[in-house]
Design a binder for this molecule. Structure first.
Ligand code: GLA
Length: 576
């Protein structure tokens, strides 16, 4: 039997006392047990400051129109965004992708040569287009490229970063998507990084607040401190398989997502699988799933369909404006949902904490071709054992309460999307509380689950070795594999957090990571790069008043190989 912590002892005492009162008939007549008292009065947190506190929402030309773009298309789309109610639903960026400029006769821009909008497509230039979009209450995005040529063969910004950022700011551009062509010869990682950084610095110095969208087709850790969103995937296609593939790729980087910096699983293909007249119920189910999965992942919602007139069906419009799915995406807590269960095949459950006490977003996915039952347990979504209520976000209907597990038949290539309200894990309690004796409310890990009191071995649970840093063993702690994040609910109960951090001896000197400790969006500790040769580093931070403690381990900028990292002896002090 588990020892009672002081807090659970208090709760047990309340329950026993009320049971005795009920048996003795001294109560008020109601036989229902008292509700748990352990409510977070400290949630919700306020929206973060910054240019992209929640994932950007908007539209982009590329998925439907490729290079067939024009001033008229942008104006009509901006007007449609307003008229269809999509602006009111939260979409605000109208983004021009590749092919908006003229090609350079010589193929390479001369020093100081400006980008020139194609006069056939944009006869009045881009500035008046920005004015038009702004007059609709929307914002304008544009596309550029870190190399000499864009992917469509138009001039790139290499060596012209300051000039182009200044031009964009002068036109009134609010968002820049920065592409990664030409793909060959393949630029070195260092070259890509410095070219993306050059545009980032130029935008920051441009005098205008501009969202910076990195489109390097891959996750790079340097992008995290640079962009407001960064593509983690290759180009999406208008197929179910492509949606699932981008989901799988994007999930690996959940640890890095948060306010003002989002993993971009690529633009939406909702509305693009077929023409509107060919939209079967099965395709609409897939669209609902695509939207739900991007929302649970807190992915940017950049539409890729034709919004104008009959080109967008009423059914697609209803999907794209569902306020409860949009709220799931835009939740101000900013966590990227993670897979908390899978059958190893087509069935899985994804979850994230939402910015209210006991609230979780949950998406049950059936990626296969036949309907199937999917079940999750409250412990898998970071809630306390007992009962909870669920709301179906597509039906926009309350489903009532359930005990401990929730089962639903999920349609083929479809989802059930829920908001679950239960009870947060107990507050830590005691003068010394090891994190490995608590349940986290959210975790994502580079290889299998985070391990308690042992190192992270491979992908199976419990397959590590005793925690060991430069020959010193530790009986308590967390063993993780970068990139990794674990979030614990402190609920303003504790005063200190301490640990010894380092790369576990199991790597025999290999691996490199960075350890960071975050408190409600503020960074309290950063180890800098720590390798398998570095001495264990002590962490001692004040966590007074902290609601959520986030332990982050990055890949150290060099990929995740051998990044077995230990939060050895990780403990909270003076928890009330
Ligand atoms: C790349 C990007 C796409 C799109 C095209 C334009 O493929 O990944 O999103 O911008 O270039 O050429």
């Amino acid at each position: 039997m588990k020892a009672l912590t002081p807090a659970s002892f208090r709760l047990a005492t309340v329950l026993v006392v009320s049971a005795v009162i009920a048996i003795l008939g001294c109560g008020s007549g109601s036989s229902s047990p008292p509700a748990p008292v352990d409510v977070d009065s400290d949630l919700p947190l306020p929206l973060a400051a910054g240019i992209a506190p929640t994932p950007p929402m908007g539209w982009n030309t590329w998925n439907t129109f490729s290079c067939n773009i024009s001033e008229k298309l942008i104006q009509q789309t901006a007007d449609a965004m307003v008229a269809t109610g999509m602006q009111a639903a939260g979409y605000q960026y109208i983004n021009i992708d590749d092919c908006w400029s003229t090609k350079d006769a010589t193929g390479v821009r001369a020093d100081g040569e400006a980008l020139v909008p194609d006069p056939a497509k944009f006869p009045n230039g881009i500035g008046p287009v920005a004015d038009y979009v702004h007059a609709d209450g929307l914002k304008l995005g544009i596309y550029a490229d870190r190399g000499t040529l864009t992917c469509g063969g138009f001039p790139g910004s290499e060596g012209h970063e300051v000039q182009d950022a200044t031009t964009f700011a002068g036109w009134g551009v609010d968002y820049v998507k920065y592409d990664n062509c030409p793909p060959s010869p393949t630029p070195s990682a260092a070259e890509q990084e410095s070219e993306y950084q050059a545009m980032g610095a130029a935008l920051a110095a441009s005098g205008r607040a501009i969202v910076y969208s990195l489109c390097a087709w891959n996750f790079y850790e340097w992008g995290v401190s640079l962009g407001n969103l960064w593509r983690t995937t290759t180009d999406i296609k208008p197929t179910w398989d492509s949606v699932v593939a981008n989901l799988q790729t994007n999930q690996a980087f959940a640890a890095y997502a948060g306010p003002n910096g989002w993993n971009d699983a690529d633009m939406l293909e909702i509305g693009n699988f077929t023409t509107p007249d060919q939209e079967t119920p099965d395709i609409l189910t897939q669209y609902q799933a695509h939207f739900s999965l991007w929302a649970i992942m807190a992915a940017p919602l950049i539409l890729g369909n034709d919004l104008r007139g009959s080109q967008m069906s009423a059914a697609v419009r209803a999907i794209l404006t569902n306020p409860e799915i949009i709220a799931l995406d835009q939740d101000a807590f900013g966590y990227q949902g993670v897979q908390v269960w899978t059958d190893g095949g087509d069935l899985s459950v994804w979850a994230k904490p939402l910015n209210a006490s006991g609230a979780r977003g949950v998406v049950m996915l059936n990626a296969g071709a036949a309907p199937a039952d999917v079940t999750f347990d409250l412990s898998q979504i970071g809630l306390r054992d007992g009962s909870a209520t669920a709301r179906d976000l597509w039906a926009q209907a309350d489903l009532g309460s359930f005990k401990q597990t929730f089962t639903r038949t999920v349609p083929a290539t479809g989802v059930v999307a829920l908001r679950v309200n239960g009870v947060e894990p107990l507050r830590p309690s005691g003068t010394q509380v090891y994190l490995s004796d608590l349940e986290w409310t959210y975790a994502s890990n580079g290889l299998g689950p985070i391990e308690k009191d042992e190192s992270n071995g491979a992908s199976d649970p419990g397959d590590g070795t005793p925690l060991s840093l430069r020959g010193t063993g530790f009986t308590k702690g967390l063993g993780v594999a970068g990139p990794s994040v674990a979030v614990f609910r402190l609920a303003q109960s504790c005063s200190t957090f301490s640990a010894q951090v380092g790369v576990d001896d199991a790597t025999k000197g290999g691996g490199s990571v960075v350890f960071q400790v975050w408190a409600d969006g503020t960074k309290l500790f950063d180890s800098g790069v720590v390798t398998g040769m570095s001495a264990a580093m002590p962490v001692n931070v004040d966590v007074t008043g902290v609601r959520r403690l986030k332990l982050l381990v990055t890949n150290g900028g060099d990929g995740a190989s051998l990044d077995r990292a230990d939060w050895a002896d990780a403990q909270l002090g003076n928890c009330m």
